[in-house]
Design a protein around this ligand. Structure first.
Ligand code: 3H9
Length: 708
């Protein structure tokens, strides 16, 4: 293969081997599809070539179209010269040899090939929906012909990665070769075996599986109904269903045209732009300015958690899920028993719901070892402290860890608000200390906020970031400040939601606005789910320390009435026994009116937009302060935190990206200045916000004011 060529061709005794070599993931960037087409045509024209193999160099087959090309003025393929069309027209069999990933356009190339062979660790899928589009190179027409429309819809609408063994069972992969075997040699052997088979098996010619839709024409509407909740405000999932429906109702070539029309409608949609932004933001967040990618990482093969409470248990579950043995330390047998029972209970619920097998539950439980003594964790590579949020308790734990842990062990704290340097300074090895802030429930939420202490060593931070990825999280770096980045930027949202209630917006109204916006549940229902007592304790503490601290009189009154949220059957809402549906409660309205009167707060009506903007603009203003202080590296890191820590709707890109779509800094500044006049100091516009508004620089391009 010529050096630097994106696609190479080699004739191996009559088998033409076409190798795609476009690191890191063999995306179909400009030149790659053209190279594949050129070599397919060359192989067809060469009488010495009997069959062909398509294979990827490096770590993958093909990860799909080059996402950076979408939304640009990229050259469109000449009709008839699209890879899948050239494969359809091939007179010689082509075997796709899959390792790593065959995703999107990559799987579409494989589906247009005549045979597919893979290693068991390979993953295939059509994840286009996750970036707001649909498979646009025949995937929606070929996959239903191979696996039936129902299974195809499930794969296309979820966008999930299908492991090779499952793909083999479904018929997407024809043959598996053992892991570690020579895939290229196996694919060449297969090509030799099938070289003379005619007619060539083309998926486009098969329609027996489409019969499913004739006998059960309701499957498309049933699918639309089943996604209505999670796909609200989005078009791509519905377009995916429409494209599969077209596969079942139209001749193949018409279906392909329909797929292309639907694809074109989506490529530049707001949703697709936002989702592309989120995709790249989640890759950017891994890059730490000033810490080279090649920084050697410390080992993280064994882990320990101090504290068997809800958070500690959730963290232990995260490790076990990804196969990392984890010890969980608490001081009393009773606390350990309760912690372990909670973990088991969570697993059992998942088993009952069918999302976990019993064998997997037992495997995970086998990885979690309860221990009572610090000596039992001393040899672990990494320890995460997850005890009460009280400074003396945490200091004590870090002193103890400093005494017992082996040299070089990583000492992390899961605090959500305490100054990391207090813990670091309780040890003689502050370079090994950092914050690793999980979001509740820790085994579910993806965000892993790494907090940089004043003395955290670069390899401590790089390893913390890698550790988050190892346990399936999205790691994001934050500077050490009150609330760090995620909770600090979310704080003003929490303040405003409570103040708006005092001013006359009911919790159910605010929740509805936010659910309509795209949150899975509203902020008051979320508060009920977490438990109103959590915020109550910290408010009382802060009020005792700071005479200017403004308490939340309504929330406090609810707690004092014993309304702690879902767990007591009542909080901001009322709950029927055994049911999580929030019901508005006249009792809450009474408390609100009473408190508002007591406080002399004038009641007024709100528009939906006012509610939405008051909550989110307050946070945008705080995010600007965070950036100005250099506590976050990029505005897009804050977006990643909101997407993965707070369930901000992904198809809106994230807090800062969204703010750019509703007028950007100029509009946000105008509105915040007006609220500053009306409500006073808490709405003082951040200096960075003012500068962005004056210079016309969008939020997503805002640079931090100083280094972290
Ligand atoms: C499509 O195919 C449409 C078709 O229907 C045709 C329509 C006509 N493009 O994630 P990583 C970069 S749509 C451009 O850290 P991993 C990524 O930005 C596409 N760049 O690695 C990063 O760059 P950097 C359907 C891409 O091992 C580097 O590669 N396919 C693309 O954790 C490494 O990525 C998808 O949606 C791309 N397609 O995960 C798959 N993919 O180092 C999208 C990756 O500069 N990709 N990059 O930050 C993925 O899901 C993951 O990257 C993958 C590897 C699972 C493949």
């Amino acid at each position: 293969m010529a050096q630097g060529a994106l696609v190479g061709f080699e004739n191996v005794d009559g088998i033409g081997v076409i190798t795609i070599d476009n690191p890191p993931v063999n995306a179909l960037s400009p030149g790659v599809p053209e190279g594949i087409v050129e070599h397919l045509e060359r192989g067809n024209a060469n009488p010495a070539v009997k069959a062909m193999v398509l294979i990827g160099a490096g770590r993958s087959f093909i990860a799909g179209a080059d996402i950076r090309q979408f939304g640009t003025n990229r050259p469109r393929p000449v009709p008839g010269k699209r890879t899948h069309e050239v494969l359809d027209a091939s007179r010689k069999p082509v075997v796709a040899a899959i390792h790593g990933y065959a995703l999107g356009g990559g799987l579409e190339v494989a589906l247009a090939s005549h045979y597919r062979i893979a290693v068991p660790s390979a993953k295939v899928g059509l994840p286009e929906v996750l970036i707001g589009i649909l498979p646009g190179s025949g995937g929606t027409q070929r996959l239903p012909r191979l696996v039936g429309p129902k299974a195809a819809m499930e794969i296309i609408v979820s966008g999930r990665q299908v492991p090779a063994e499952e793909a083999h069972r479904l018929g997407i992969i024809d043959e598996l070769v053992p892991e570690g075997a020579d895939l290229r040699a196996a694919a060449i052997a297969m090509a030799r075996r099938v070289a003379d088979i005619r007619p060539l098996p083309r998926i486009r010619d098969r329609d027996e599986k489409l019969a499913q839709s004739k006998s059960d024409p309701g499957i498309f509407d049933a699918m639309r109904k089943s996604i209505a909740r999670r796909a609200r405000n989005q078009r791509a999932p519905y377009h995916c269903i429409a494209a599969v429906e077209a596969a079942c109702t139209m001749p193949f070539d018409d279906g392909i045209r329909r797929e292309r029309e639907l694809f074109d409608e989506l490529e530049n949609s707001d949703e697709a732009r936002a989702l592309r932004y989120a995709f790249f933001a989640e890759r950017e967040v891994a890059k730490l300015p000033g810490i080279p990618r090649e920084t050697p990482l410390r080992p993280t093969d064994t882990a320990a958690i101090v504290g068997a409470g809800t958070m500690g248990g959730g963290i232990a579950m995260s490790f076990a899920e990804f196969g990392v043995p984890v010890k969980i330390l608490d001081t009393t047998q009773d606390a350990l028993d309760r912690g372990l029972a909670r973990i088991r209970g969570n697993y059992e619920t998942s088993c009952r719901r069918g999302s976990l097998t019993e064998a997997e539950m037992n495997r995970r439980l086998g990885l979690i070892e309860p221990v009572k003594s610090y000596d039992d964790i001393a040899r672990c590579d990494v320890v995460i402290e997850a005890v009460f949020e009280r400074i003396p308790v945490k200091e004590e734990v870090f002193k103890k860890l400093d005494e017992v842990m082996k040299a070089g062990a990583l000492l992390f704290t899961n605090t959500s608000g305490i100054d990391i340097d207090i813990m670091a300074n309780a040890t003689k090895r502050p370079q090994d200390v950092a914050g690793t802030h999980f979001f509740a429930p820790a085994n579910v939420m993806k965000l892993f906020e790494v907090v940089k202490g004043a003395k955290s060593a670069p390899d401590t931070l790089a390893t913390a970031m890698a550790l988050g990825r190892k346990i399936g999280k999205i790691s994001a770096m934050a500077g050490n400040c009150d609330g760090f980045v995620a909770n600090r930027s979310r704080g003003p949202f929490g303040t405003e939601m409570n103040l708006m209630v005092e001013e006359g917006a009911l919790p159910e109204r605010i929740d509805k606005v936010m659910v309509d916006f795209g949150y899975p549940i509203g902020p008051f229902a979320t508060a009920d789910l977490s438990g109103l007592d959590i915020g109550y304790d910290s408010r009382q503490r802060r009020a005792a320390q700071d005479p200017n601290f403004r308490k939340q009189p309504i929330a406090d009154a609810l707690v004092e009435m014993g309304r702690l949220g879902q767990k007591t059957g009542a909080g901001w809402f009322r709950y029927e026994k055994g049911d999580r549906t929030p019901h508005p409660d006249p009792e809450v309205v009474r408390v609100i009116q009473e408190k508002a009167k007591e406080l002399g707060i004038e009641q007024h009506s709100f528009s939906d937009e006012e509610i939405l903007h008051r909550l989110l603009f307050a946070s945008v203003n705080e995010a600007c302060k965070i950036l100005e202080e250099g506590k976050a590296y990029r505005a897009s890191d804050i977006d990643v935190m909101w997407l993965n820590g707070f369930n901000f709707p992904r198809y809106r890109g994230g807090l800062m990206y969204w703010a750019d779509t509703v007028g950007g800094p100029a509009e946000v500044y105008r509105q915040i200045s007006a609220w500053h006049q009306r409500y006073g100091a808490r709405w003082t516009p951040a200096p960075l916000l003012r500068r962005l508004a004056e210079t016309g620089i969008p939020f997503r391009e805002a640079k931090p004011g100083r280094a972290m």
